[in-house]
Design a protein around this ligand. Structure first.
Ligand code: AHR
Length: 666
């Protein structure tokens, strides 16, 4: 008992306790003044959003709840994910059986099916390994569907079994096949035990042949209970962020390593079976994190992204290829005279999202179950492109989109780096063209984030606004596999974000990147949310983002110390907003120093209630991370604060970030 108490006290000391009791040191005093009477700028509802990219198994194997890998046998190696432990390609397999891939017709979306030849039903079985296994939970129902037709012999039934890692059966169903010719089948399996790495086994009742395709298994319990839908726990984490926008589908996957492998939204809508699968560009990008079994089934396609944005109450923000493949890879260019189909894709996407159901693409949307428009307002052209090749292509898109849809806001990009010649050239050109919003990316060290909180203070206020579209502090180096989502990175981001907020007149959208990673199948770290086949958790960075987004506010106010903005002096960073609708003021303060800080915050121009709430993240172990075992180790702790005569007095611990929520008096 004593040991337990001691451990809790220690944890409390290390990570979460927000009061002065932890200090033991004398806290240096800081007097901040907030001018809550004047709104310096509106905070755009899009200020804090999310950037989804299908990297790290974030879509297939992640958000998209399909449990079968390569359900349609369409991967480049068509049996990827499927195993026949008792079959030998160099034998007649008289004691088991064998399957073959049959290539049928010239339909790019559906080139293959599997023909199983069973010689001895006792000996033959087929297994699907899932996405590093399948997450199965005791008591849950799983919906199975497949296409099949029988051929020679007596084979007339398939048994599907969920197997644990120890080959124990934890769910089973048998389906009788109606006979020759393709038929659709559905069945359910009830799980009798939990296993994070289960597999699906198929066995057959008699010798003979059967053709199989689109073998699919989903948990019934998906987000909003949608059939073949999204993983509930992962969407919930996104929902809890209250994001202002959802940018999709990437990232570099928009561009593709080659133009042929770029993301083409039209191939991701309509019937699931007709969605042409594509190799994921991240599968062999990093030699140290090879995932050759990483493909895009597009079960999570553009319709589903729009629907997700709607569910989250976020503005949908699709990004499209501008006719340049990833410049870190091949940089292939579509010739200017062949750019039309790319531009048409953008125009048709706007029609798909917004036009009425009498239009060709509006009808596709309606046929998919959403006759109402999605009211898309933003479109991104190009991801991390750079140089004159980008600008000349971007101009063509810009003219065509504005001519047809003058109200659509176009997001352009300034390349992969936050400074340097690509960045300067891009900005100069885009400013000259009166671009509306320019996307900036920065993957930099935690120090960079702490030192650049004033980045936007001197930005030119005339011309384009800024979308801080991809950023994350890298604890080791850009995309190093050793990077961690540690408290040092999260606190540095929190400090930096006061600078984003202080400049909300020009910075109108921001998003951390990447969003999600499968713990057993990732390519890039750090990532905001980690998951395996059953569990998920938000990182320290997630909770920083959540504190900002949940307290985004509607109006920016000045906060100063000795007449100057609080941008890192003595390790302190601050920004203040109020929310007109909620009648609340949010004071955000980061303390990156090694000692606590005594804060006296005078709020002028608004009469405030005496009681407020503090949400504090703190801890002097800068390497601390959340994990499956300790998902909330670095997360906000709620406490009460008291105001006297409009002055908030609080002690902010060393290495801490706090949001003080204050009520405007009625
Ligand atoms: O977020 C990971 C990658 O980083 C994105 O795909 C790309 O835009 C950037 O280089």
């Amino acid at each position: 008992m004593h040991i337990v108490t001691k451990q809790i006290t220690l944890l409390c000391l290390l990570f979460s306790c927000a009061s002065a009791a932890i200090s033991g040191q004398v806290a240096a005093s800081h007097s901040l003044t907030v001018d809550a009477a004047e709104s310096v700028a509106p905070i755009q509802p899009t200020m804090y959003g999310i950037f989804f990219e299908d990297i790290n198994f974030a879509a297939d194997g992640g958000l998209y709840a399909e449990m079968i890998k390569n359900r349609g046998f369409e991967f480049t190696l068509p049996k990827t994910g499927w195993l026949e432990p008792n079959s030998d390609r160099h034998s007649m397999n008289e004691n088991s059986g064998m399957s073959d891939i049959v290539k049928v017709k010239d339909d790019p979306a559906n080139q293959n099916y599997l023909r199983v030849t069973v010689k001895n039903p006792e000996g033959y079985h087929l297994l699907n390994e899932g996405f590093r296994g399948m997450g199965v939970r005791e008591g849950d129902t799983y919906d199975l569907s497949f296409k099949a037709g029988t051929g020679k012999g007596d084979l007339s039934a398939v048994t599907f079994q969920l197997l644990t890692t120890d080959d124990e059966v934890i769910g089973e169903t048998t389906v009788s096949l109606a006979g020759d010719g393709w038929q659709d089948y559905e069945a359910t399996l009830e799980a009798t035990a939990t296993d994070p790495a289960a597999r699906l086994r198929l066995t057959f009742d008699a010798p003979g042949t059967a053709n199989l395709d689109m073998i699919s298994l989903f948990p019934r319990d998906t987000w909003k209970g949608r059939n073949k839908g999204l993983r509930k726990d992962l969407v919930q984490l996104l929902y809890d962020l209250e994001p202002g926008f959802l940018r999709f589908p990437g990232g570099c996957i928009v561009e593709g390593r080659t133009l042929a492998r770029r993301y083409q939204w039209k191939k991701t809508v309509g019937s699931i079976e007709e969605r042409e699968l594509l190799v994921n560009r991240w599968n062999t990008e990093f030699d140290h994190r090879l995932t050759p079994d990483y493909y895009q089934s597009f079960g999570l396609g553009f319709f589903e992204y729009f629907q997700l944005a709607e569910d989250l109450g976020a503005e949908p923000m699709p990004i499209l290829s501008c006719g340049i493949a990833c410049q870190f890879n091949t940089g292939e260019l579509v010739p200017m005279e062949e750019l039309d189909p790319y531009v048409q894709d953008a125009l048709d996407l706007i029609e798909f999202a917004n036009a009425d159901t009498t239009t060709a693409w509006g009808k596709v949307r309606a046929d998919m179950g959403h006759p109402e428009p999605f009211n898309m307002k933003y479109i991104g052209i190009g991801n991390e492109q750079w140089g004159p090749e980008y600008i000349e292509r971007y101009k063509v898109f810009d003219e065509a989109i504005k001519a047809a849809y003058p109200d659509i806001v176009i997001i352009s990009g300034s390349g992969p780096f936050p400074d340097g010649e690509y960045f300067d050239y891009g900005w100069e050109q885009l400013r000259e063209m009166n671009a509306e919003i320019v996307d900036e990316h920065y993957y930099r060290s935690p120090e960079w984030f702490r030192e650049n909180a004033t980045r936007y203070d001197d930005y030119n206020r005339e011309g384009p606004k800024v979308f801080a579209g991809e950023y994350a502090a890298q604890s080791v180096a850009i995309a190093s596999p050793e990077n961690k989502n540690n408290w040092n990175c999260a606190l540095s981001e929190a400090a930096y974000m006061t600078g984003l907020e202080r400049n909300a007149d020009i910075v109108v959208m921001t998003s951390y990147a990447p969003l999600m990673a499968h713990a057993d199948a990732w390519q890039w770290t750090p990532d905001m949310i980690w998951f395996d086949n059953l569990e998920s958790y938000g990182t320290a960075n997630y909770y920083v983002q959540k504190l900002y987004a949940n307290h985004a506010g509607t109006d920016l106010h000045r906060v100063t110390e000795a007449g100057k903005p609080v941008t890192g002096q003595d390790g302190l960073y601050a920004s203040v907003v109020s929310d007109a609708g909620r009648g609340e003021v949010y004071v955000k303060v980061a303390n990156t120093s090694d000692a606590p800080r005594q804060l006296d915050i005078t709020i002028k121009g608004k009469s405030l209630a005496a009681e407020g709430t503090a949400y504090t993240m703190s801890g002097t172990d800068m390497d601390a991370v959340n994990s499956f075992d300790e998902p909330m180790k670095v997360s906000p702790v709620e406490s009460e604060v008291t105001l006297r005569k409009g002055k908030l007095t609080a002690t902010l611990p060393a290495k801490a970030f706090a949001v003080y929520k204050l009520q405007v008096a009625k």
